[in-house]
Design a protein around this ligand. Sequence first.
Ligand code: AMP
Length: 477
Amino acid sequence: MTNENIAEPTGFAALGISGQLLKATHAAGFIEPKPIQEQAIPAQLEGRDILGIAQTGSGKTAAFALPILSKIIALGTKRRPRTARALILAPTRELAVQIEETVKVLAKGAHISTALVLGGVSRHSQVKRIAPGVDFLIATPGRLTDLVREKDLILSDTTWLVLDEADRMLDMGFINDVRRIAKATHPARQTALFSATMPNEIAELAKGLLHDPVRVEVAPQGTTASEIRQGVIFARTKQKRQVLSTILADDAMRSVIIFARTKHGADRVTRDLERDGFEAAVIHGNKSQNARQKALNGFRDGSVRILVATDIAARGIDVPGISHVVNFDLPDEAESYVHRIGRTGRNGQDGVAITMVDPSENAKLRQVERIIRMQLPVLADHLDQPDPQPKSREHNADRRPEAANDRELRRDGKRATGGERASKPAGKARSGGNASNSNRHWPEKTGAPRPAGERTPDGAKPRKFRRRTRKPAARAA
Ligand code: AMP
């Protein structure tokens, strides 16, 4: 036999994944490992802890799930009642659901049990599910803490711990819960911590929880995927509704996620869109888990073109093919901007991120630009135009950011506010006005320039994705 006949393992096999797990991985369409998987899988199979600096979309779920699955399958031992062999902590319910889906796909045919422990849904069924013991438990920290406190779950057998989106768990006030949970797990556990950013508190947490970790980083901190074209539109708050309706009438906006800073803001944007003839789904922490999942499913299967979301609800959502992210307003924390726009431009696809900026948000814009290390080009500037008349409404009624606390989300989740709507077919603008011509606002996907001097339908001078020349008056906060 010549050397040529000895097939060198490639892809996931070369990383140490084998047997049924390899088959299921291939069946899931994962043939070539992503960079984070190349770095993290062999290290974890060797028993190393991982400090991963990566966003959702990087492939981190398989990066931590495959080695754990591989080890659990190899051990094959029985689970004890009310225990979990691997525990994955995630900040939001949506992300937890997504992780479980991925784990199930990867573990297909391998007799691995999974369970979800989340706020906002029946606790009884969760307790029942973990009663015989599970291999993979995916949980948000709030509900998990409750179950551990009430001894419905014992963590002392948990030898794999993964903290996903650790920075967001910090933002949501979960850090002490996370510490307590980690402390209750097996002392000789293997731990992986993933975070898109590395604020001091997370670095400290990692220091306390990880033992001599391998650091894997797939994109430098705070950078944004290069496939995403970004730009700003200067518009006063009173103008934003009309500007949004205008840009949404563009057919190129196939699948759009609109971010609002507050829950009420998200509801208001959704209401205004509907008044303007669009159909949109909304997710935020006041929506029941079912309503959130329904909205997300409609968006994912393409029956709803527009999803309005708050930062917390949308966190970590992985919906392929989102063509545009629109920031109706800027987030309170500049780093959330990176997470928001990371919903588009996935897996090498093109993506566009448009941010509407009221003069009062200029300081936030500067912070964002500092973090992404670039000045965002100006697509349009409406500041020298009058506010639109009657249909526009004040957007200052409630400016509280969404409650950063899963317990509150869980409490409120039970009493979904009115206005929850079923997912409907993709909406188009019915209204006339600027909408029909609105695609003239935007460069083609190819970035083809608009003829020089052509004006947008509402008279604003088009500015495209070129570098902006700063207008001191317009930038003054
Ligand atoms: P994640 O960051 O884990 O949410 O993954 C982002 C997306 O990439 C998900 O839609 C995964 O299904 C997909 N994905 C992860 N790893 C691979 C791979 N090796 N090949 C193709 N797709 C992948």
